[in-house]
Design a protein around this ligand. Structure first.
Ligand code: NAD
Length: 428
C-alpha cells in the first residue's frame, strides 16, 4: 500500500521505515531540509537501535523515500500519517498548531480517496477538528476520511515495539477506513481495537497517565522505604508477582521524563479541567515527579556533605537508556538543581549530542571514569548497561572522595561499600 508520513522525528521516521520494511511504499516528508538530505543518504539523525538497518534496506529496495515536498508524498498516497509534534502550550494543554497546519496543507492536495491518520498524540476531540479542517478544504466530489491511530512505541526500542505491538488502536467511525487500516497493519498480526476517534485518543492519554502514575507511586514508596529502612527493589518484586500489578514500571529513580509522559499528563489534566473535572490524582503524580528531582539532589548533598563548590560526575543525560533524547530528561532536571545549589558538573553519556553539554553549561568527559577524576561524587542518572561493568577500584582511586549516588539502583551496594564507597541508592 502507498503511505505518506508527515514529520520524520522519533515516531514518523520509525513508522515510515517500519511500513517500508513490511513491504509498503513509503514517502516521508519533513520541513527540515538538512534532515531530509541526511536521510536520503542513509544518515539517521536519532539514536534508535535497528533503525539504520531498516532505513538502509528501505532505501535500497526503493520502497522508502524522503522529500521536503508535501505534494510529492501526499499525491500518490492512500494513507497520510500525521507524525508532527504536539508540544505543551503555556497552560499545559496540547498545542495542535503543527497538526492543524499539516491538515490545512494536505487537504487541497487530495484528488483521490485518502485516509488522513493522526499518529501524533492529540487530545480527545482533536480528530474532529482535523476532520473539519480537511472537509472544508476538499475539492468538489473528492473523498477523504480522518482516523486516529495513536502510537505506543518506546524510544530506545521503537523499531521492535512498532513491529511487535501489544495492540493497534484505530479510531474511526468509517468502515472503509477501518478496513484499509486493518490491511495496512495485517502482517503484524497484533490485536486490533477498532473504536471511535475520541476513545482512541483517550486510550493513548490514559495509558501514558497510568504508566506515569506507576512510576510516581513507586518513587513515593521508595521515599518511605528510605525512611523506614525497607528495600524498595524487594518491595517491587513482591508486588510485581501479583498478576494484577505486574513488574513493569515499578523501578524508582529520578522521576519520569521524555517527550511524552510529562506533556501528555499535563494535557490530560487540561482536558479534564475543560470538562469540569479536577484530575487531582494526576496532578499529584506530577508533583511527586518534580519532588523526586530534589530528593535525588538531596542524596548528593548527603554523600558530599554539601554540594556548594564540589564537582559531581554525572553518568547519563538521556531520559532513559538506548536513546539520545534529552527532552524533559529527569537527569537534566536533577543536574540543574545541583548547579543551582553551587555544584560543578562533569558529565558522560554514550550517545547524547555534544551540543547538549554546551547548552547546559556542563563539561563533557569522554568516559565514565574520566568524568569522575577528582570528583566529589558520582551521580548515576541513566541506566546505561556500560555503567554496570566498570573497574570500580580504578574509579575509587581516581576520585577525590569515593561516593556514588545511584539514582537508578543499577549497582550493587554491598560490593561498592566493601570497596570503600559511600553508596546511596533510591529506597534501599
Ligand atoms: P519529533 O519532534 O521527534 O518529530 C517531529 C518531526 O515533525 C520533526 O522532524 C519536525 O521537523 C517535523 N515537522 C514539524 N512540522 C512539520 C510539518 N508541517 N510538515 C512536515 N514535518 C513537520 O516528535 P516525535 O517524538 O516523533 O513525536 C511526534 C508525535 O508523536 C507527538 O505528538 C508525540 O506526542 C507522539 N508520540 C511520541 C512518542 C515518542 O516516544 N517520541 C511516542 C508516541 C507518540
Amino acid at each position: 500500500m502507498r503511505v505518506a508520513i508527515v514529520g520524520t522525528g522519533y515516531v514518523g521516521l520509525v513508522t515510515g521505515a517500519c511500513f517500508a520494511e513490511m513491504g509498503h511504499e513509503v514517502i516521508c516528508v519533513d520541513v527540515v531540509e538538512e534532515k531530509v538530505a541526511k536521510l536520503r543518504s542513509g544518515q539517521i539523525p536519532i539514536h534508535e537501535p535497528g533503525l539504520p538497518e531498516i532505513v538502509e534496506r528501505g532505501l535500497a529496495a526503493g520502497r522508502l523515500a524522503f522529500t521536503t515536498s508535501l505534494a510529492e508524498a501526499v499525491v500518490p498516497a492512500q494513507f497520510v500519517f500525521i507524525c508532527v509534534p504536539t508540544p505543551p502550550a503555556e497552560d499545559g494543554s496540547a498545542d495542535l498548531s503543527h497538526v492543524e497546519k499539516v491538515a490545512t496543507d494536505v487537504a487541497p492536495l487530495i484528488s483521490t480517496y485518502k485516509i488522513i491518520v493522526n499518529k501524533s498524540t492529540i487530545p480527545v476531540g482533536s480528530s474532529k477538528r482535523v476532520e473539519r479542517i480537511v472537509r472544508e478544504r476538499l475539492g468538489p466530489g473528492v473523498e477523504a476520511d480522518v482516523a486516529s491511530n495513536p502510537e505506543f512505541l518506546r524510544e530506545g526500542s521503537a523499531v521492535f515495539d512498532f513491529m511487535h505491538p501489544d495492540r493497534i488502536v484505530m479510531g474511526t467511525r468509517n468502515e472503509r477506513a477501518a478496513g484499509m487500516l486493518t490491511e495496512l497493519y495485517r502482517s503484524l498480526g497484533a490485536p486490533l481495537i477498532v473504536t471511535d476517534p475520541e476513545t482512541a485518543e483517550m486510550i493513548k492519554y490514559a495509558s501514558n497517565a497510568f504508566l506515569a502514575t506507576k512510576i510516581s507511586f513507586i518513587n513515593a514508596i521508595s521515599n518511605i522505604c528510605d525512611a523506614v529502612g525497607a528495600d524498595v527493589k524487594e518491595v517491587a518484586l513482591g508486588m510485581g508477582y501479583d498478576a494484577r500489578i505486574g513488574f513493569e514500571f515499578l523501578k524508582p529513580g529520578p522521576g519520569f521524563g521524555g517527550s511524552c509522559f510529562p506533556k501528555d499528563s499535563k494535557a490530560l489534566i487540561s482536558v479534564a479541567e475543560q470538562n469540569g473535572y479536577d484530575f487531582h490524582l494526576l496532578r499529584g503524580v506530577l508533583e511527586v515527579n518534580e519532588q523526586q528531582h530534589r530528593i535525588i539532589a538531596n542524596k548528593v548533598e548527603k554523600v558530599t556533605g554539601g554540594v556548594g563548590g564540589k564537582t559531581i560526575a554525572a553518568w547519563g543525560l538521556a531520559f532513559k537508556p538506548n536513546t539520545d533524547d534529552v527532552r524533559d530528561s529527569p537527569a537534566i532536571a536533577v543536574l540543574q538543581e545541583l548547579m543551582d545549589r553551587g555544584a560543578t558538573i562533569r558529565a558522560y553519556d554514550p550517545v547524547v549530542a555534544e551540543s547538549v553539554y554546551g547548552t547546559l553549561g556542563i563539561e563533557r568527559a569522554p568516559g565514565p571514569i574520566e568524568a569522575a577524576e577528582g570528583a566529589d561524587a558520582v551521580l548515576l542518572l541513566t541506566e546505561w548497561n556500560e555503567f554496570r561493568w566498570l573497574d570500580f577500584e580504578r574509579l575509587r582511586d581516581s576520585m577525590r572522595a569515593p561516593a556514588i549516588v545511584d539514582a537508578r539502583n543499577l549497582l550493587d551496594p554491598h560490593t561498592l561499600r566493601q570497596l570503600g564507597f559511600r553508596y546511596e541508592g533510591v529506597g534501599r
